[in-house]
Write a protein that binds this ligand. Structure first.
Ligand code: SF4
Ligand code: SF4
Length: 169
């Protein structure tokens, strides 16, 4: 029995060597194809930045000067992460208008979005009647704590950020 099993074992031994070498060469062939022929898939961030698609939905941008505090965005938001406060404009005060001519009957006092909760669905921007709420292309807004992800769009630092991204839009 021992003598009959030997040729089979020997054949299997050489087959295993052949299989190991051929699969290794096949794998290395794929690796070298990528090294030689394909462009690198990584970039040297932050020196190089990705160009995001035209319709990408990144950090929300509210041009509060054109916001009429209608609350439609907050109502449409599926995760309730938009917080709006406003007061009725006194009747003896002149009613200003947005850029598209809509009367601003309310005075906006707070417009906050908790971007830690936001799922970037875009529903809020779709319903905005004055189109002041849009998705920017800014994806660099990481913070150290979750509470810092809550932005009041009437704060000075957000206004500075708005000015920066408006220039790059
Ligand atoms: S993008 Fe969606 S989840 Fe985010 S604030 Fe707008 S409606 Fe809410
Ligand atoms: S829907 Fe537009 S105009 Fe109305 S509160 Fe929201 S951001 Fe302001």
């Amino acid at each position: 029995m021992t003598t009959k099993a030997e040729p089979l074992t020997l054949r299997k031994y050489f087959y295993n060597i052949y299989y190991a070498v051929s699969t290794c060469l096949k794998g290395m062939g794929i690796t070298f194809k990528y090294i030689i022929a394909k462009k690198p898939v990584t970039i040297e961030y932050p020196e190089v930045r990705e160009v995001v698609p035209e319709k990408a939905r990144m950090r929300l941008y509210n041009d509060v000067l054109n916001c009429i505090a209608c609350n439609q965005c907050a109502t449409a938001c599926p995760v309730d992460c938009i917080y709006i406060s406003s007061i009725n404009r006194p009747k003896d005060l002149e009613t200003p208008k947005t850029e598209d001519g809509t009367a601003k009957r309310k005075i906006l006092t707070q417009y906050t979005i908790d971007t830690a909760l936001c799922c970037y669905c875009g529903l809020c921007t779709t319903v905005c009647p004055t189109e002041c709420l849009t998705h920017s292309h800014d994806y660099e807004f990481a913070q150290y704590t979750v509470t810092e992800m809550k932005y009041n769009y009437m704060d000075d630092d957000i206004i500075a950020w708005r000015d920066r991204i408006v220039k790059t839009r």
